[in-house]
Design a binder for this molecule. Structure first.
Ligand code: CA
Length: 235
């Protein structure tokens, strides 16, 4: 089954070009050039991914993203203008999984779409060993992707967006050592200008909220490489 993509872009020529390329790649595409309409479509539809321009008539992209996050979890890649650094930061903080700066090479956009779908599509989650759709577990830990909630033995754990994304990435790729670079890309976006030791900071937060509180050793450090969550059997 082909993935369904909602393309939100008010520049007609760009939208048509991207649509043609996506259809050529085998995606099912719905187009919208208005933020308000796009939000309604996104909430009512069953899209696997949203490509979201920021400067839009009706409702701007960041506002669409914020409102959408309250309704459901769909991976969103932002289409941003060059040098709009604040938009990128605000977008990632609001829950976008990635962004691409216009003008972009179509191959780069296609590559980012593949990555976003691979990491965030519910059907991939099932293959990664989820007991229910959108639920990842590790021992007593339960991560509910749709409700954006994490709990341990029924106790709710409050995580920031980035902590949540990092935990989700590690759980989805369990037994695979994730490098700091990979984790940084997943959590902060590819062009993030920060240092990879930001990853260590988020890992520390996660450990202080989970490992330290519940007396487990969930996230293992692989010295010189990165981090891994191992399957329960290997604990
Ligand atoms: Ca625009």
């Amino acid at each position: 089954m082909s993935a369904k993509i909602l393309l939100v872009e008010d520049e007609e020529k760009l939208a048509r070009f991207v649509e043609l390329e996506l259809v050529h790649e085998g995606y099912e595409v719905t187009k919208s050039g208005n933020g308000r309409e796009a939000l309604d479509l996104a909430i009512a539809g069953s899209f696997d991914l949203i490509l979201l321009d920021i400067m839009l008539p009706g409702l701007n992209g960041l506002e669409v993203l914020r409102r959408l996050q309250k309704e459901k979890e769909i991976p969103v890649i932002l289409l941003t203008a060059r040098d709009a650094v604040m938009d990128k930061v605000a977008g990632l903080d609001a829950g976008a999984v990635d962004y691409i700066t216009k003008p972009f090479a179509i191959e780069e956009l296609l590559a980012r779409i593949r990555v976003a779908l691979k990491l965030h599509a519910p059907k991939m989650l099932r293959e990664a060993g989820a007991v229910e759709e959108g639920i990842l577990t590790w021992g007593e830990l339960r991560l509910d992707e749709r409700r954006h909630r994490v709990s341990y033995a029924g106790h709710e754990i409050f995580l920031t967006n980035r902590e949540f994304l990092m935990l989700k990435t590690l759980l989805e790729n369990r037994d695979i050592v994730m490098t700091r670079d990979t984790l940084l890309n997943q959590v902060c976006g590819y062009d993030f200008a920060g240092e990879t030791n930001i990853v260590d900071v988020y890992i520390r937060y996660l450990r202080s909220k989970i490992d330290d509180v519940f007396g487990v050793k969930m996230i293992r450090t692989v010295r010189g490489v990165g981090y891994v969550i191992q399957s329960e059997e290997d604990r």
